[in-house]
Design a protein. Structure first.
Length: 134
């Protein structure tokens, strides 16, 4: 009887360790988790902001990310890591993820924090525009 109890204990500890590994820092999309400060925020301007966002994007982002967000802008070619294809990123990411990244940039890459350079509205406009890219 004692052996069975110990056996069960070992089994359940093993299962707990597995669960802990599986539920760790990475999520199913492979994107970094959105920090609490940004998690769940939604675009207050709605999808109509995309047309204004097209101008924001053309003026500030297309040089690296390309006009259509494919990551093929002329200034992006020499970068390591290269700008990602935003169509692929947007397919996996929520608005909160995009808004967070654009606000705070991405450490270790050429992606700067746009907070303070662009207004909050302009950043949401850019998010709305990225949503229209195919
Ligand atoms: C100087 C070149 C450059 C400019 C200008 C630039 N980006 Fe980036 N951007 C990058 C690079 C490089 C990355 C990092 C790619 C990676 O994740 O490996 C990046 C990452 C991103 C990401 C996150 C992608 C991810 O997988 O996490 C978003 C969203 C983004 N950029 C949007 C924008 C927007 C919107 C603008 C304009 C306001 C902009 N970028 C301007 C180079 C640039």
């Amino acid at each position: 009887m004692k052996k069975i109890v110990i056996g069960l204990l070992v089994l359940s500890l093993g299962a707990m360790a597995l669960a802990a590994c599986g539920g760790g820092a990475s999520n199913s999309t492979g994107l970094d988790p959105v920090p609490a400060e940004y998690a769940g925020v939604t675009n207050p301007l709605g999808p109509d902001a995309a047309s204004a966002g097209a101008e924001v994007f053309a003026a500030n982002c297309a040089s690296c990310h390309g006009e259509k967000g494919y990551g093929d802008g002329p200034a992006g070619a020499a970068l390591d890591p290269a700008p990602k294809n935003l169509v692929e990123v947007a397919a996996q990411a929520g608005d909160d993820y995009l808004y967070w990244r654009i606000n705070t940039g991405k450490e270790g890459t050429a992606m700067v924090a746009w907070k303070g350079i662009l207004t909050e509205d302009q950043i949401w406009q850019a998010v709305a525009f990225i949503r229209t890219l195919k």
